[in-house]
Design a protein around this ligand. Structure first.
Ligand code: ZN
Length: 478
């Protein structure tokens, strides 16, 4: 029996059929029902992981702005509401949900392949830690607050550590326990942007475990921090970037994989007005990474469904979905910020030119199955996006190659994208947007490109070459 359906086709193309089946059979425990836990579960469902166990005693308050709390029924069990959203993302998900206080035996009876604690609660993290040490199961601990987040991976089976030393280290557990409980996040509210980035990191890590690709040291830490100049420092160096977003207007070009997460994040932040351009309809194979599109939405317009979902997250956001492709001449005047979430170099070039004309800043994102990139344009502060990335040249070259392929009877190349780089880059794009619209001192806009490369040993983010500052040399408008 063929087990990979249309929905998971892109996962199979990106990782191979056998690996996609391993993902289907995955069993993951997720502790914590805040924004981070919700985005971990939603992304796992997108990746095709069916077996999930979730436990929490929280109830819906009715006024929360959280990604998978789409039914705001007061006092309903939160894990059940989240579970219903997860089943809309992946109708084949096999969820085991416990509404109640987390106990170690519950995890034990589920026997997961990996445990994720996405709460900001050190007591829960300690119980997960104890279970993972006893059963030699990898433990991924994550926490977030308003502007930063951290993922810590603990591999009790790591072969890189001398066995005698390892058992002594684990038995004493002192160092690891302190590092894994993430005490700095106790009592903090988990907000969307850092939760999206950290959820992506966590799910990439879970994927490695399920595909037996998990290598590395016994203990590993990765940070995302909007108050750090390079965005992945543990310590803060920039003071602020928050303001009242209800006064801003954003244009989102493209409602696909990146547009889904950009739209979700803008709704969570309570952005004033959002205009979405997309002329495409939802297809089954989009749904492995486009979490805002649910079972049954196939065939509907992407811009319309994304707008609807954003209103369900936050009824105060004014969203307008245009069922058309953005073209040069549509104009960005009146917008404070543009998010470029498109998949062709030609449209990127047109967005770049329009933004240069209208003097509107742009956050541009691009992803493949394992990697992602963000570039920013701020009028008067950075060179234009075309000067940074040569989109015009790239578009000319690619279109020539595509015409050749079509002449020779081939078909157009479709990028095999999956959820992980898209939730990381889409969320971080909105993070960069916050930096750009913040008008105070020390806003610290990105001074280079932001990258995610899943296959690099030192993984997630590094800064590419510094953006050419100043616009004197730019002739892109001539
Ligand atoms: Zn230029």
């Amino acid at each position: 029996m063929k087990r990979i359906g249309l929905r998971d086709q892109r996962n199979a193309e990106a990782f191979g059929e056998e690996n996609a089946e391993r993902l289907l059979d995955g069993r993951v425990a997720v502790v914590g029902s805040g924004s981070l836990g919700q985005l971990v579960m939603g992304s796992l469902a997108g990746l095709g992981v069916r077996g999930m166990y979730s436990v929490d005693d929280a109830v819906v308050l009715g006024n929360e702005l959280e990604p998978l709390v789409l039914e705001k029924e007061k006092n309903a069990s939160k894990v059940e509401v989240i579970g219903r959203s997860v089943r809309k993302i992946n109708e084949d998900a096999e969820l085991k949900i416990s509404c109640g206080r987390f106990q170690e035996w519950q995890i034990r009876s589920y026997s997961p392949q990996v445990v994720v604690d996405a709460s900001n609660d050190p007591m829960k993290k300690l119980r997960c830690f104890d279970y993972c040490v006893d059963y030699r199961v990898p433990f991924i601990s994550g926490s977030t607050d308003r502007y930063k987040g951290r993922m810590v991976v603990f591999r009790p089976f790591s072969r890189l550590v001398d066995p005698g030393l390892r058992s002594r280290m684990i038995r004493s557990g002192f160092f690891f326990k302190n590092e894994l409980t993430l005490d700095a996040y106790v009592g903090k509210e988990q907000s969307g942007v850092p939760s999206g980035v950290v959820a992506g990191l966590i799910v990439d890590q879970v994927k490695r475990v399920l595909l037996n690709e998990e290598r590395g040291d016994i203990f590993e830490e990765i940070n995302y921090n909007l108050y750090s100049r390079k965005r992945f420092g543990r310590n803060d160096s920039i003071v602020n970037c928050f303001s009242d977003y209800s006064k801003y207007t954003a244009v989102v070009v493209g409602a696909g994989a990146l547009g889904n997460f950009v739209g979700m994040q803008l709704a969570l932040l309570g952005w004033g007005k959002v205009l979405i351009y997309d002329d495409d309809r939802i297809e089954a194979h989009n749904r492995n990474r486009q979490m805002m599109f649910h079972s049954g939405n196939e065939g509907e317009m992407k811009s319309r469904v994304l707008s609807e979902r954003m209103r369900a997250i936050n009824a105060n956001v004014a969203v307008e979905g245009y069922e058309k492709r953005f073209v040069l001449g549509d104009g960005f005047s009146g917008a404070d910020l543009v998010f470029s979430c498109v998949d062709t170099a030609r449209t990127r070039y047109e967005i770049s030119k329009q933004a240069l004309q209208d003097e509107v800043p742009v956050v541009d994102g691009g992803t493949t199955a394992r990697n992602g990139r963000i570039s920013i344009f701020v009028p008067g502060e950075t060179s234009c996006l075309n000067c940074q990335n040569n989109f015009k040249e790239m578009a000319d070259r690619r279109e020539k190659a595509e015409q050749k392929r079509l002449r020779e009877g081939g078909c157009l190349y479709a990028e095999r994208s999956v959820v992980v780089p898209n939730i990381i880059i889409g969320s971080a794009m909105v993070g960069e947007g916050l930096k750009i619209v913040y008008s105070g001192k020390q806003k610290g806009i990105l001074e280079g490109n932001f990258f995610y490369e899943s296959t690099r040993k030192d993984r997630p983010f590094y800064l590419g070459p510094r953006i050419k500052l100043g616009t004197e040399e730019c002739i892109c408008l001539d």
